[in-house]
Design a protein around this ligand. Structure first.
Ligand code: GDG
Length: 496
């Protein structure tokens, strides 16, 4: 491994494979189902790329290995680092701050020190495996310092960064004691990608306010310092998506369709099935949705015999205190609603606190007349896109929060403000009562949009922008989409 070098390196906190330890203690690897792997797989294979990341368990040191043709370079984290860098700074400082402080962000200097140290290790590992002039694509909020660290170590590299979560308005961002270091860290990249136009705008404003660099969207002019020459950085939106074809295929399979029918039957064949699918996270607005649903039942606008809300809340960050409280709160509310409105044969809310295979998710989407996405803040929300991709029958109604990135694209959904409980209730009723012709019309146009921008398009347009930012040399030799996508174009402007 010592001299293995790659032309394309992806760096993310978690690796795209999960380590499964059997009862006899033997370990094997399973590819995690995320769309990111699917999107990057063609480029990874073509370039024989490598993926640097953590395996998700503390204190496990592993040598690099190959899994289904992907070169995996694991990076070990100690128990202390998991606590300070991951659960602390990443998930209890940056995550709440970047999601508009729905819960207060916690600032601890020792968490920050660990964040710096771990980011440096990720950067060192990436620098060690990247070939001369390689393209390195760094992902997400856990690794915001890596682009600059990498550039200082390896000025020859082409560096991209994609932020999967929102970037907050300056009024909130300015709370962060290390706000300048983070901005400088990100500006080490050639291209910084965000989910929404507003996220890219918030970032450029933070650069102007904190560093005073000139910006002319999508460009940021970074002046020369003692350490680095002057550079032009691109900061713009690239709305992420899913593998639409694969998801639709799954939903079309006879087994999944049969399972969808069976799910409805198991629920007692109510007139309406409403569905929520989320990681159990305070950003997803699960409490708001439950409140709206219980008031609808209370006011008699729907009867428990006619409607069931299925809420999948997959376990998430269970060691972080805020998440423990959230779980208690949600489960108390579900219990109250079922106690108040349930009958012997009918449960108002079918609450499922566990993860499911993808086949079951697809069957749930097909079984649901109404899909509720009520996020208070969400980078994109892939669940909304999966629901649309699954509905090859052109039926079903998507109720979608305007605070989810997906709302920018999915304009014929019923868009709601989840804080406006009356508005949310009205939208749920509109969805329940919507005539078939209108459902079909709206779903058709959602499906057109989702098909136009699938995850392959997303990754190709990011990599195309990255190669354009470097004088248009397609060093990956990959088959990249031309730009001109999604209401957003980047002029080809020569580097200063
Ligand atoms: C972050 C950003 C952004 C959920 N439960 C199960 C399961 N899931 C799958 C869904 C979907 C994914 O997890 C969740 O994606 P989201 O986009 O909804 O949310 P985050 O996890 O918060 O993701 C988000 C995303 O990054 C990508 O950039 O959109 O805004 O927060 O694919 O289907 N999958 C299976 N079983 C479950 O129980 N198999």
């Amino acid at each position: 491994m010592a001299d293995e070098r790659f032309a394309f390196v992806v760096v993310s906190n978690r690796l795209p494979v999960d380590r499964v330890v059997a009862e006899d203690g033997s370990a094997s690897w399973k590819q995690s189902p995320g769309g990111l792997v699917t999107a990057l797989e063609p480029v990874m294979r073509k370039t024989e790329g490598a993926w640097v990341g953590w395996i998700g368990q503390p204190e496990v040191e592993l040598a690099p290995f190959t899994h289904s043709g992907l070169r995996i370079v694991p990076l070990a984290l100690t128990g202390g680092e998991v606590e300070l860098f991951y659960e602390g700074f990443s998930n209890d400082t940056i995550w709440p701050l970047y999601h508009d402080v729905i819960v207060p962000a916690t600032y601890h200097r020792d968490w920050w020190d660990s964040y710096v140290a771990v980011n440096q290790r990720f950067a060192d590992q990436a620098a060690a495996v990247a070939d001369v002039g390689a393209t390195v694509w760094v992902h997400d909020y856990q690794l915001q310092l890596v682009p600059r660290m990498l550039r200082l170590a390896r000025p020859d590299l082409v560096i991209g960064f994609f932020n999967h979560i929102p970037f907050p308005a300056y009024g909130l961002y300015s709370q962060l004691p290390w706000r300048t270091q983070i901005i400088e860290g990100l500006l080490g990249a050639d291209v910084i990608g965000f989910q929404r136009v507003s996220d890219a705008g918030n970032f450029s404003r933070a650069v102007r306010r904190l560093l005073g660099y000139p910006t002319r969207s999508p460009f940021i002019e970074v002046p020369a310092t003692d350490e680095l020459p002057a550079r032009r950085v691109v900061a713009r939106p690239f709305p992420i998506s899913i593998d639409v074809v694969a998801f639709e295929e799954l939903a079309r399979s006879p087994a999944v369709q049969a399972r969808a029918t069976q799910i409805r039957a198991e629920l007692g064949n109510p007139k309406t099935v409403i569905l929520g699918v989320d990681r159990l996270d305070y950003t997803k607005g699960i409490g708001h949705r439950l409140k709206a649903f219980s008031e609808i039942l209370e006011e008699g606008r729907l009867k428990v015999e006619d409607v069931t809300l299925v809420q999948v809340a997959s376990p998430s960050r269970e060691r972080v205190e805020t998440y423990k409280h959230l779980r208690d709160e949600i489960e108390l509310t579900v219990g109250r609603i079922n106690g108040d409105f349930g009958t012997i044969g009918h449960q108002a809310v079918n609450y499922l606190h566990h993860g499911f295979p993808r086949e079951e998710m697809a069957a749930l989407y097909l079984a649901a007349d109404v899909m509720l996405v009520t996020a208070l803040r969400d980078g994109m929300n892939l669940v909304a896109k999966e629901y649309v991709a699954a509905r090859h029958d052109e039926d079903g109604v998507l109720v979608l929060s305007e605070f989810a990135g997906a709302a920018d694209e999915l304009k014929t959904s019923l868009r709601i403000n989840p804080h406006d409980i009356d508005g949310l209730k009205d939208a749920i009723m509109q969805a329940v009562d919507m005539p078939r012709a209108e459902r079909r019309k709206r779903m058709r146009s959602l499906r057109k949009r989702v098909r136009e921008n699938d995850v392959g398009h997303w990754s190709r347009s990011f990599l195309r922008t990255l190669s354009d930012a470097n004088g248009g040399i397609d060093r990956l030799g990959a088959d990249l989409d031309p730009l001109g996508d999604l209401e957003w174009t980047v002029e080809r402007v020569p580097k200063p």
